[in-house]
Design a protein around this ligand. Structure first.
Ligand code: ARG
Length: 568
């Protein structure tokens, strides 16, 4: 809202100043560095430079023009301080506009059209089958899902892709181990755990018996060539692994449009290799095929000397497939910091191939999850199951409910939502590129910068709203002259801009911080104000504030991928 006003001022000012000064002038309209200075600020030095007139004259002209704008209605004061023109908005009128705008959109509030007719492919989660779902995959899932939601709110069409790691020589090993000392019943019972065991044991045995490596390689080649027996086994491994990941997805309430993993591109890589050849980008290097990427980036290895392809070869094939299938405007890869080089190489190869859309490839990188300062990981043999971590968060939340409100209906379900959403929020409130410490107790707390704090604030408002009986339609806008009212209104007016900024930076943390701020503004408001006052108009005005805050909190939590609870 406030952004719309700023954009409008900018446009109109530029137009009118051009008429006056007969030259193109670009005007900056921003927010003042300090709240005391007002709500909108326009530095005029840049204008002075272009028109070459004395500062006082330019100030006067700009101020005169501002007074002719339609928005002048909501300007309370226009001041100039050392080369800046500061505008203070009329709190009542501005609040009225915001509330009207809100009431006209309700559930759409905050959405925009910046992504209209644009498609974004977003590649996230993407675990490796027959391997545990790692902490990194959990981060990718949480961040990717939320960015997908934020994009949709901005009007983009979003294609959610789970690029499963379901291809590679390790499947030859796993299949060899399964056929020689595996146990079908055990695999069915605990697929990923059992398959990991088989793989680990294979590597143990291979230390003393090199011949099994060759056997495994043969199996993999046959698998690539479609040997039905191996394909069948591979399918079982894939399906059973996916079933296990689905448990995590179900808890997180996440789904995908495509589960095409690396194997899907098996028959699509030759075309890429051929194109690279035709474009004279492929170079032989000690028997292998590489693409030289210049001084700064090490060469990309496209094909090994035995003809087998690599991770990047499959990613190239996947990228062209996505471009052809979805004609994306952007393609995002939500993958940890450690794969930075891989995505730099991918981008560079595409750009050398002469495709402009190399610019639209974005690696949405993220940091590690730490436990006691060390990388939290799924250790060999002893697997930290993420499903168990999420369940533990739910148990902690259930303890809380049992203490505070033991009679709550469906308390297990509520506890699960609180617990899981606490883990989600804890991840997303951090700048994604940073590492962060995983402390379950902290993140499920109801005070502090946590998911449960947001849930609690929303439920608290709901319980006030449901106890309401009498109402009027009328609002008392004079109340918005008070700071604690106006702060909330201003915040509400920034919801759409916050979402757009989150999209631009691919940073759900911007939205997460905004929600924390809104919740805390509300809680201080509520500490000062009694809602159920006698005066119906005053009461209704407060209820309007409450409704708006709650809807935005809920909408925002939803965008972050948190399940909003109604009662606790
Ligand atoms: N499976 C990969 C891993 O676990 C992540 C894949 C990310 N997506 C991609 N298109 N490379 O490391």
């Amino acid at each position: 809202m406030i952004n719309n006003i700023k954009t409008r001022i900018k446009k109109e000012l530029e137009l009118k100043l051009k008429e006056i000064f007969k030259t193109d002038i670009s005007v900056v309209v921003e927010e003042p560095k300090k709240v005391e200075l007002g709500d909108i600020s326009i530095p005029v030095f840049s204008v002075v430079k272009v028109v070459r007139k004395p500062l006082p004259q330019v100030l006067e002209t700009v101020i005169d023009v501002l007074k002719t704008l339609k928005d002048n209605e909501i300007f309370e004061q226009i001041n100039s301080v050392s080369g800046f023109i500061n505008i203070t908005l009329n709190k009542e009128k501005f609040s009225k506009l915001v509330i009207e705008d809100y009431n006209n959109s309700i559930s759409n509030y905050g959405s925009s059209k910046i992504g209209e007719n644009k498609t974004v492919c977003i590649d996230y989660s993407s675990p490796n089958i027959a391997k545990p779902f790692s902490v990194g995959h959990l981060r990718s899932t949480i961040i990717g899902h939320s960015i997908g939601n934020i994009l949709e709110k901005c009007g983009y069409k979003v294609v959610r892709i789970n690029h499963l790691g379901d291809f590679g020589t390790q499947f030859g090993k796993t299949i060899y181990a399964y056929l020689n000392w595996g146990n079908e019943a055990l695999v069915k019972k605990n697929p990923v755990g059992e398959l990991v065991k088989l793989y680990v044991e294979f590597n143990e045995r291979a230390k003393t018996d090199k011949s099994i490596e060759d056997e495994a390689r043969k199996i993999f080649t046959e698998l690539e060539n479609g040997n039905p027996k191996y394909v069948k086994l591979w399918e079982i491994i894939r399906e059973e692994s996916l079933k296990e990941y689905m448990k995590v997805y179900k808890l997180l309430n996440v789904s995908f449009d495509s589960y095409n993993g690396e194997a899907f591109y098996n028959d699509k890589m030759q075309a890429v290799v051929d194109e690279l050849k035709t474009k004279s980008l492929l170079k032989k290097d000690q028997g292998a095929m590489i693409v030289d990427l210049g001084e700064k980036i090490p060469p990309a290895l496209i094909q090994k000397s035995d003809g087998s392809t690599l991770y990047i070869t499959r990613d190239l094939a996947a990228l062209f497939y996505r471009k052809n299938t979805y004609n994306f405007d952007e393609v995002l890869y939500v993958v940890g910091n450690e794969q930075k080089l891989h995505f730099d190489q991918l981008k560079k190869v595409v750009s050398l191939m002469g495709y402009d859309f190399a610019e639209d490839i974005h690696h949405i990188n993220f940091g590690l999850v730490l436990q006691d300062g060390k990388k939290m990981s799924t250790r060999k043999g002893k697997v930290v199951k993420l499903e168990d971590v999420l369940k533990e968060a739910s148990t902690l939340s259930l303890d809380y409910i049992n203490e505070k409100n033991p009679g709550l209906e469906n308390k297990e379900e509520t506890a699960e939502k609180i617990g899981v959403s606490a883990v989600i929020f804890n991840d997303l409130k951090n700048l994604r590129t940073n590492d962060f410490e995983f402390n379950l107790e902290d993140m499920v707390a109801f005070v502090g910068q946590t998911g449960p704090y947001l849930q609690y604030t929303s439920v608290r408002i709901k319980s006030i709203l449901t106890s309401v009986t009498e109402e009027t339609e009328e609002l008392d806008f004079s109340l918005f002259n008070e700071g604690h009212y106006f702060e909330i209104i201003k915040n509400i007016s920034q919801y759409e801009d916050t979402i757009i900024k989150s999209k631009e930076d691919y940073a759900p943390s911007i939205l997460a911080k905004y929600l924390l701020n809104l919740a805390s503004l509300f809680n201080s408001f509520y500490a000062k104000e009694k809602v159920m006052v006698e005066d119906l108009v005053e009461r209704n005005t407060k209820l309007q504030v409450l409704r708006m805050v709650r809807n935005i909190l809920n909408d925002g939590m939803d965008l972050l991928g948190m399940s909003v609870i109604q009662k606790m």
